[in-house]
Design a protein around this ligand. Structure first.
Ligand code: MG
Length: 380
């Protein structure tokens, strides 16, 4: 029985992680969880899964829930999420929170020697060097949950790092893959939230439409697989059947395929190196699909992907700025404050405005993150 601490339980990845726990009551148990503000859903999860420890964002929600569930331990705020992350009875931490707020809990859990299933890509983007260094020092495994990185991780089983020629991350193209830049001027929040293949949260769906999601994933891959940016390519593949590939020196390519179902990579991270059935999942029927399509990625069409490569190559605090500016701009778009294409304008301005600091400490990263958010806010 594996005991799980789940950060971000009411988000898209969180809910799908709970699906897996529900389908395998003999394999997994929810030991601890953190949520943001969705206490309606938190109540249902507490009743069904009976976690021992629950962290919420606000004191008032903490107070309310504590009175309702006297047999559950509650905690709250920044300290609370760390308590849930390092909960001693949990064997594995699933970090599915959104944004760079996931960084500190991840670092603390690594220092406690926890195995981490990492769905929170912003953590690796904003402070990849700190996270990977801490993981090495503590002999901690970081198991990818992102479907592309899980695909690469699966393709690398039994292989040697030194034999890798390049990684090929596939990209569905998001909600607007068939639109020109002109047509993107006036797109609405509703249109942007309508992803053709994957069921995901709002922020990542917008990131898919701007292609920033792929940019963040390129940086994530750089850290997870210890490869330079010139060895990480992106390929448009609209069916989302090949989840990513690895090319080796001898020209062989190994890919991982499947239906677009996030529960598969989540479950693989939880059972690694074992595999168990996912009864409610759908098997891939290639004969039915018939054809798969591939297309070169156009970096002038998707400027956010270009910015991500630039920020990744520049290193230091540049990826922190990229991520913080993007989080702020996407939130503003979702609130109807800016137009779709202004997301990339704001990211560009924030990057231009920043002088990279090399090998930043955690406090420098947090400072730059905060300054960038304030800078982007000031432009709105
Ligand atoms: Mg992904």
């Amino acid at each position: 029985m594996k005991k799980i601490s789940l950060l971000g339980a009411t988000g898209s990845i969180g809910i799908q992680t709970l699906d897996i726990i529900r389908e395998h009551p003999g394999e997994f148990r929810l030991a601890a969880m953190s949520i943001g503000k969705n206490i309606e859903l938190a109540r249902k999860i507490i009743v069904e899964f009976q976690p021992e420890l629950v962290s919420v964002q606000n004191y008032s929600d903490f107070d309310t829930l504590k009175a309702e569930f006297p047999h559950t331990n509650f905690t709250y705020g920044d300290e609370g999420i760390i308590e849930a992350a390092i909960y001693e009875k949990a064997d594995i931490l699933v970090n599915a929170v959104l944004g760079s707020v996931g960084l500190n809990p991840t670092l603390q859990a690594i220092e406690c020697g926890k195995t981490i299933a990492i769905a929170n890509k912003e953590t690796l983007v904003t402070a990849g060097h700190l996270v990977m260094e801490a993981a090495r020092r503590n002999y901690v495994s970081l198991l990818p949950v992102d479907s592309e990185h899980s695909a690469i991780f699966q393709s690398l089983q039994g292989e040697r790092e030194k034999n890798i020629e390049r990684l090929i991350l596939t990209a569905s193209g998001g909600s607007f893959r068939d639109r020109t830049r002109n047509e993107l001027e006036q797109v609405t929040v509703e249109e942007a939230l309508n992803h053709p293949n994957w069921s995901m949260g709002a922020k990542i769906t917008i990131d898919s439409a701007t292609m920033m999601n792929k940019g963040l994933e390129v940086i994530e891959a750089h850290w997870l697989f210890n490869l330079p940016y010139e060895k990480i390519d992106v390929l448009l593949h609209k069916e989302s059947i090949i989840h990513s590939m690895v090319e080796f020196h001898d020209s062989s390519i190994i890919a991982q395929l499947g239906t677009p179902d996030m529960r598969v990579p989540i479950q693989y991270a939880l059972t690694y190196p074992e595999r168990i059935p996912l009864p409610s999942g759908h098997r891939l029927d290639l004969a039915k699909i018939g054809q798969l399509h591939f297309q070169e990625m156009d970096l002038s069409r998707f400027r956010c992907l270009h910015f991500a490569y630039e920020a990744g190559r520049a290193g230091g605090t540049m990826p922190t700025v990229l991520n913080a500016a993007n989080e702020t701009a996407v939130a503003a778009f979702l609130e109807g404050k800016i137009r779709f294409l202004q997301i990339e304008d704001l990211v560009e301005k924030a990057l231009d405005n920043h002088q990279a600091i090399n090998y930043p400490s955690l406090s420098t990263i947090q400072e730059v993150d905060k300054e960038t958010r304030q800078y982007v806010q000031s432009l709105l």
